[in-house]
Design a protein around this ligand. Structure first.
Ligand code: ATP
Length: 591
């Protein structure tokens, strides 16, 4: 398919305000693509060049993009910069200048999707001294031979600013429609996606091998698996009842979730964060230990990396562990503040997937692969059928400075990418506060009034994620508790993702001063979840016939700023809010 054709679909998608219509348009685009380009098309539509865990980026900064567009259209860089400032969008600046090019138009080359993709990959692969020059030239040549509309999307792609607003669930639904004409295949596609975390690969396998290929898709080393997530319950009795009377109970460490892949033969190790970003460089000590200490030739295991003082048995707070995020001095830090990986699950070992095996078996195998005193060791665990014992284990965990416990169903498989009752967490905070902290997606912001005028920022409109509808539903406004630095920082970051109108996947009855693409997550505590007619979270009709949703009372941000380890779809879901509301009522009655 020609890139221009994809570009005209992108233009259509930009103008759409309904998610269903979005699915239809994208399905048509998928149908028109061939099996040799569908993988690339899916990545590009997501605004990337590879699955997120490969972190392939063009590395073109804004001023270099301006230089390239200038070179391609015969304008000074300052003129490109002026138009960019005026439009607030490099894509529109490129389109405008491509229309009014001062150069004799190079013959408009008919780029295919793969031509554009390959050039972008080439730009990304160019590194080292003088590489900016080569990047600029490659980018400029692409713009110079594109149509103006093509230039719009090429410029946005190159800067990582495509932002069509299609979430993973929307893409999966469109793939299902492409293959079968309906949505019925979505659960199977989702299962395949949960195993490989790569929508491009799912699309490629589907179009080459059909449904059979999707069913046969298996865990692959160095392809991260989407993490299993825990439900929450407030008491030991509730947990045991739900687990059928008996379960495993593990300490809940408040560190960083790490999914470790290793292959001794090739001496390869890769560590992924909860968000499936590569974090190998943060933990060189753990990477070495995987090759030196582990039994087994290759494997995928999961655990919590946490700064830990062996001598005193002290677990350090989360903030200490994430100090490892720095660029330099990690080795030195690893000597000063050692980290231990408390392994809690095994997904793959010696060429075999363990996903479908019951927890008990996975855990047994895992324990046989690691040393009790090693840098990688099994998480602490008991098996119990007594609420009293569970409660005591919880109290002891809190006493040791841990966050709480995670109970695990002894018979359950590893359920990738889903929040299910096979894992249930109970945290310290459930006993003292509302129930748990809540992760919200920012969907808009307000300009400041009074003293805040100078910051241009007065607060946020925030939403939760409804995974059934694949929509972001508003739940609260957050107007207090910001420091001056935070206000400046929020404005700076949110201005980059401003949307001209309400994004198609946002459901809101309220209009903020500025809409933003649902991308960034903040963690808040609140006093209470209440029913409210203002918000769309879980909105339904009550006995009196009034439509009400759920809202937060007195929300305050506790994550400092944006949570880099969570994407919009990782936010708290509507279903969780409704559950928390129910538990809150129960605790209140109990009080
Ligand atoms: P939270 O903010 O409560 O950690 P979350 O959404 O990041 O929530 P959940 O799946 O709901 O993640 O809760 C389980 C989390 O607890 C895991 O993501 C993991 O990082 C952490 N954890 C710590 N110890 C364990 C353990 N023994 N088993 C499973 N998860 C653990």
């Amino acid at each position: 398919m020609l890139f221009d054709e994809a570009a005209s679909y992108y233009e259509k998608l930009e103008g759409i305000s309904s998610r269903l219509e979005m699915i239809d348009v994208f399905t048509e685009l998928l149908k028109n693509s061939s099996k040799d380009e569908i993988r690339e098309l899916v990545y590009m539509t997501q605004g990337r060049l590879a699955p997120p865990f490969e972190a392939v980026e063009t590395g073109i900064a804004e001023r270099y993009a301006e230089a390239a567009i200038g070179m391609a259209t015969g304008y000074e860089q300052s003129e490109v910069a002026r138009r960019y400032r005026k439009r607030g969008d490099m894509g529109l600046a490129a389109e405008e200048l491509a229309k009014a090019t001062r150069l004799r138009r190079m013959e408009h080359k008919k780029h295919t999707i793969n031509d554009v993709y390959e050039t972008m990959r080439k730009i990304a692969a160019t590194g080292g001294p003088g590489s900016q020059d080569t990047k600029i030239k490659l980018f400029a040549a692409l713009i110079a031979s594109s149509s103006p509309l093509g230039a719009r999307y090429i410029a946005r792609l190159a800067l990582g600013q495509l932002r069509l607003g299609l979430g993973d669930a929307t893409i999966l639904e469109a793939l299902s429609k492409m293959a079968t004409g309906e949505r019925a295949l979505k659960p199977q596609l989702e299962a395949a996606y949960n195993i490989c975390s790569d929508l491009g690969k799912v699309a490629d396998v589907l179009s080459r091998q059909g449904v059979k290929g999707i069913e046969n898709l298996e865990v692959t080393l160095f392809n991260p698996i989407r993490p299993a997530l825990a439900e929450r319950l407030p008491t030991a009795e509730d947990i045991l009842e739900r687990m059928g009377g008996k379960c495993a109970v593990e300490s809940k460490y408040d560190g960083m979730r790490v999914q470790a892949h290793f292959n001794k033969k090739t001496k390869e190790v890769r560590l992924f964060s909860r968000n499936l970003e590569v974090v190998t460089e943060m933990f060189p000590d753990i990477a070495r230990a995987l090759l030196d200490e582990m039994k087994g030739e290759n494997g995928i295991l999961e655990g919590e990396a946490i700064a830990y003082d062996e001598i005193s048995g002290t677990f350090y707070p989360f903030q200490e562990t994430i100090q490892r995020k720095r660029k330099h001095g990690v080795e030195e830090l690893s000597r000063k503040l050692p980290v231990v990986l408390f392994a809690f699950d095994l997904m793959y070992c010696d060429g075999e997937s363990y996903l479908k095996r019951p927890y008990e078996e996975r855990r047994k195998k895992l324990s046989s692969m690691v040393e009790k005193e090693g840098l990688i060791r099994p998480s602490d665990m008991i098996i119990t059928s007594s609420p009293k014992e569970l409660e005591m284990y919880f109290t002891e965990a809190i006493g040791n400075g841990l966050e709480g416990i995670v109970a695990k169903d002894l018979h359950a498989p590893y359920i990738a990418g889903a929040r299910k009752f096979s894992w249930i967490k109970m945290k310290r905070s459930y006993k003292s506060e509302l129930s748990d902290s809540i992760d919200l997606v920012i969907v808009g912001y307000y300009s400041g009034r009074g003293q805040r005028v100078e910051f241009g920022f007065g607060g946020l409109l925030a939403a939760v994620y409804n995974d059934k509808r694949d929509m972001f539903e508003t739940i609260t406004r957050i107007g207090t508790g910001f420091t001056e630095d935070q206000m400046k920082e929020f404005k700076r970051i949110l201005d980059r993702i401003k949307a001209a109108k309400k994004p198609a996947r946002v459901d809101s009855l309220i209009a903020p001063h500025f809409w933003v693409e649902p991308r960034y997550v903040v963690t808040v505590n609140a006093d209470e979840i209440t029913r409210s007619p203002m918000h769309t979270c879980g909105r339904s009709r009550n006995e009196k016939g009034e439509e009400t949703g759920y809202a937060l009372r007195f929300p305050r941000i506790i994550s400092g700023g944006i949570r880099e380890d969570k994407s919009a779809e990782d936010a708290t879901t509507t279903k969780e809010i409704i559950e928390m509301f129910g538990q809150q009522k129960k605790t209140k009655v109990a009080d």
